[in-house]
Design a protein around this ligand. Structure first.
Ligand code: MF3
Ligand code: CO
Length: 283
């Protein structure tokens, strides 16, 4: 018996529906991002799309959180609250974190995108973070352990930082998490640590894997609003997240649709591509 919530195939289908609402919403937001738009406007777009899909925003009201999405700009790492006053500018980096509930089941994902034209350095930071997420996802398979996911993420970030020369760090103090009938559940999914350790992965588990990569030292500070997490040294940050189910065939990326990166993991890992792998859709 697992200590963790094990989803039936039918329950994973509902989580997939929630995941697709999140993926679609993030896709809409990515299209809408341009210099001059406010984070508050993005929040309105997100809430409208989630509710139009018959789903419920999971962040709104969560421990008092006042919005549908988190919109973390530049040196903000995660959990920044959208407002009508924060107008995006050319060259900014914005991470958008979004969660939705369908039939009681949660999806949670995040992307980071550039506003207008961004520097090559910033583009590389985004790539390093997204690639680290996918390296972690590739380890989300039966027989593996949480530490395998953590280690793959950490190694990918380290390697990307070494290639750059500049060095990247994972934001300290924040992890991914189990997910299912609640947004945050056990087990915790750290973004670093030794392989071969931690809880064993079994079919029916679902994890939100979410590296937060910073160009800088990695120390974080929470602002006086009690939500916004910023880097202590002002370094800019990227954040990518997917909700991933462990299936007998390997990871099923519940929050990925074509165009958001779900075809970037080798096919033999069992990733569903384009939402049409028969083995994953019969539940
Ligand atoms: N998806 C976020 C996370 O896993 C949750 C945002 S906190 C909220 O950290 F309050 F905004 F919901
Ligand atoms: Co999350």
């Amino acid at each position: 018996m697992s200590r963790f919530e094990i989803k039936t195939p039918a329950q994973l289908e509902v989580m997939r529906a929630a995941g697709l609402v999140v993926a679609g919403t993030l896709g809409t937001l990515a299209q809408a991002i341009e210099p001059g738009i406010t984070t508050g406007e993005l929040d309105r777009i997100a809430e409208r799309e989630i509710r139009a899909a018959g789903a419920t925003p999971s962040f709104k009201g969560y421990q008092g959180y006042p919005a549908t999405i988190c919109t973390s700009v530049n040196d903000e790492v995660v959990h920044a609250i959208p407002t009508q006053h924060r107008r995006l500018r050319d060259g900014d980096l914005i991470s958008i974190d979004c969660g939705a509930i369908v039939g009681g089941w949660h999806g949670d994902a995040a992307i980071t995108v550039g506003v207008g034209a961004i520097t090559r350095e910033h583009a590389e930071l985004l790539q390093a973070c997204e690639a680290a997420l996918w390296q972690g996802i590739a380890q989300a398979r039966p027989g593996g352990r949480i530490g395998d996911v953590s280690h793959a993420v950490e190694q990918a970030v380290r390697a990307a930082g070494q290639r750059r020369g500049a060095g990247y760090r994972l934001a300290e103090g924040y992890t991914g998490h189990g997910i299912g009938s609640q947004m945050h559940m056990d087990p915790s999914v750290p973004n670093c640590g030794p392989p071969g350790r931690g809880p064993r992965l079994v079919p029916g588990m679902a994890l939100a894997i979410e590296p937060m990569v910073v160009a800088g030292r990695g120390e974080t500070v929470v602002l006086a609003d009690d939500w916004t997490v910023v880097t202590a040294d002002g370094g800019w940050a990227a954040h990518f997240e997917h909700t991933v189910a462990i299936t007998p065939d390997g990871p099923w990326v519940l929050t990925a649709i074509a165009g958001l990166g779900d075809n970037r993991v080798p096919q033999q890992s069992g990733i569903e591509r384009g939402g049409s792998t028969p083995g994953h859709t019969g539940g």
